[in-house]
Design a protein around this ligand. Structure first.
Ligand SMILES: Cc1cc2nc3c(=O)[nH]c(=O)nc-3n(C[C@H](O)[C@H](O)[C@H](O)COP(=O)(O)O)c2cc1C
Length: 153
């Protein structure tokens, strides 16, 4: 519905890289649709399109990471968001380490959260994955804010 799309364009978002590892394959995608949903326990929800390669890695591994990109990491947002891990290994040449769950944690991010999958809810063409934070780290860097012109002209 056109009216809904126009209204949604007035929402504000951060920019995150959400990753997972399953059977030796690590992948991640850029996500804007990320939100915290509980204090106790600390829960975070991400809406991931059913066609994304990362979608099935999260579902199968039962875990995912959320990397909060900094203002100078637009290149990561484009890198992980404009091509699929089905075609390329997006982690070639990228500095990262694995969290407790095995999910990828990027270097130089504002913060990262390593999460255990505790719920999956179908939502139209996306799935809402809810994760409980099992580990996290934060810096004083400033987070990148979503601007569609950065990606789609
Ligand atoms: C700024 C930006 C935000 C995005 N937000 C989301 C999102 O919230 N959920 C989603 O499923 N895809 C989102 N995407 C699209 C995916 O990142 C893109 O389809 C990606 O290539 C999927 O990678 P994969 O197939 O390797 O998982 C976004 C892309 C960009 C550039």
């Amino acid at each position: 519905m056109k009216k809904a799309s126009a209204a949604f364009r007035k929402f504000t978002y951060g920019v995150y890289v959400v990753g997972a590892k399953h059977e030796g394959r690590t992948n991640a995608l850029t996500c804007a649709w990320v939100m915290r949903v509980s204090h106790r326990p600390p829960l975070v929800a991400v809406a991931v399109g059913k066609t994304r390669f990362t979608h099935d890695l999260i579902a199968k591994s039962g875990a995912f990471s959320v990397n909060v990109l900094s203002q100078d990491q637009l290149k990561y947002a484009r890198h992980f968001g404009l091509k699929s891990g089905r075609e390329v290994d997006k982690f070639t040449g990228i500095s990262y380490r694995e969290g407790k769950t095995g999910s990828p944690l990027l270097e130089g991010v504002v913060a990262w959260l390593d999460c255990r999958l505790v719920g999956s809810y179908p939502a139209g063409d996306h799935t809402i994955f809810v994760g409980e934070v099992v580990d996290a780290e934060t810096t004083d860097l400033s987070p990148l804010q979503y601007n569609p012109r950065d990606y789609w002209g």
